[in-house]
Design a protein around this ligand. Structure first.
Ligand code: FAD
Length: 305
């Protein structure tokens, strides 16, 4: 049953009609639990509150399925505005973004133009930028863009997904760039031709890449809510004397907030991924797919409780 619900929500997450409808009608159905609000101001307030609790942030202006150059440029301008806000309010926050929102499905040249604008602003204001990883179809293009930009900028990182068969090879290949990588299990619906269908294989591969990247001496963000993976990271830290300024834990806004606070108390760096904006639908559906128990929030949202 859980698998059926998971596939159902991942299917819904790609629906362009619902995406547009959701934008029009604003945050609904309990999405406010996972999304910090619709405006830059809302995001800045959420960041400030997390910073006060000793947590760093990476903020994401939500956006997927961009159809026009104009929309992609607007999305890039939003990112620049957010970077300026971070600097102006002296917030402890990085920025995350998606290549599709920068126009990847329109042209790579457009993405590069938008990215350089954002990275220049990030460089000027000391804000690090992470390229989120999307579905498999866009994985190679995203890695290529990352590599090209990494030759020009220091303030850029990307994400590697443990569920893909290619992942260990990517970690090996990217090592020469000394990259700051966020490691995740992977959130999209992928074919068994390219990704492990069984959770236990994904978990095993996740542990493998955590160890590889940390042992290579590269900065590692372990982005998971899974205690087993957190425990494993601590074990690697102890066994191999990995300094605490070489890695951090990351979790999503609104998920396992108590655990986030515990990790801060234990002296670990904790970064919360804070999404905001009116294009919340696809992100929200992927969160429901990960944990169908969250559907209870939707039901409450629908019935106005
Ligand atoms: P899961 O296997 O989903 O869960 C493992 C265990 O964690 C559960 O059994 C439970 O014990 C605990 N748990 C999970 N959720 C909850 C909850 N809501 N409440 C209580 N316990 C819970 N994916 C991408 O594909 N691309 C990205 O760029 C990307 N960026 C991300 C950034 C961050 C900061 C994070 C945290 C995730 C990101 N993801 C991304 C999503 C990621 O790929 C997973 O889909 C998501 O994190 C769920 O996997 P998990 O590692 O938390 O473990």
């Amino acid at each position: 049953m859980e698998q059926i619900l998971r596939n159902f929500f991942l299917f819904l997450s790609k629906n362009k009609f619902f995406t547009k409808l959701a934008k029009k009608y604003g945050l609904r159905f309990g999405a406010g639990r996972f999304v910090a609000g619709e405006t830059v101001e809302n995001a800045a307030n959420a960041i400030q509150q997390l910073n006060q609790k000793g947590m760093a942030v990476t903020v994401d202006h939500l956006g997927e399925f961009i159809d026009s150059k104009e929309e992609a440029r607007q999305a890039a301008d939003e990112c620049v505005e957010m970077i300026k806000k971070i600097a102006e309010q002296n917030l402890d926050s990085q920025l995350s973004l998606k290549m599709t929102s920068m126009g990847l499905d329109i042209s790579e040249q457009l993405v590069m133009e938008n990215m350089r604008k954002i990275l220049d602003a990030g460089e000027k204001h000391g804000v690090f930028v992470t390229i989120d990883m999307e579905d498999y179809e866009r994985c190679q293009k995203t890695i290529d863009i990352f590599k090209e930009l990494k030759e020009e900028y220091d303030n850029i990182g990307t994400v590697i997904q443990a569920y893909l068969y290619r992942t260990v090879g990517d970690i090996e290949e990217l090592n020469s760039y000394r990259p700051n990588l966020r490691l995740v299990k992977g959130a999209y619906k992928e074919s068994p031709k390219v990704a492990f269908p069984d959770k236990k294989d994904v978990d095993e591969n996740y542990k493998k890449i955590i160890k590889m990247h940390m042992m290579n001496g590269n900065y590692t963000a372990i982005a998971t809510h899974d205690d087993e993976m957190i425990q494993y990271t601590k074990q690697i830290e102890k066994e191999h004397n990995i300094p605490r300024d070489q890695f951090e834990f990351q979790m999503l806004f609104g998920i396992r907030t108590e655990r986030q606070e515990e990790l801060v108390k234990e002296g670990y760096k904790m970064r919360v991924y804070v999404p905001y904006g009116d294009d919340w639908y696809g992100y929200f559906m992927r969160r429901l797919a990960e944990r169908p128990a969250n559907v209870a929030f939707v039901i409450k949202g629908v019935f106005g409780k």
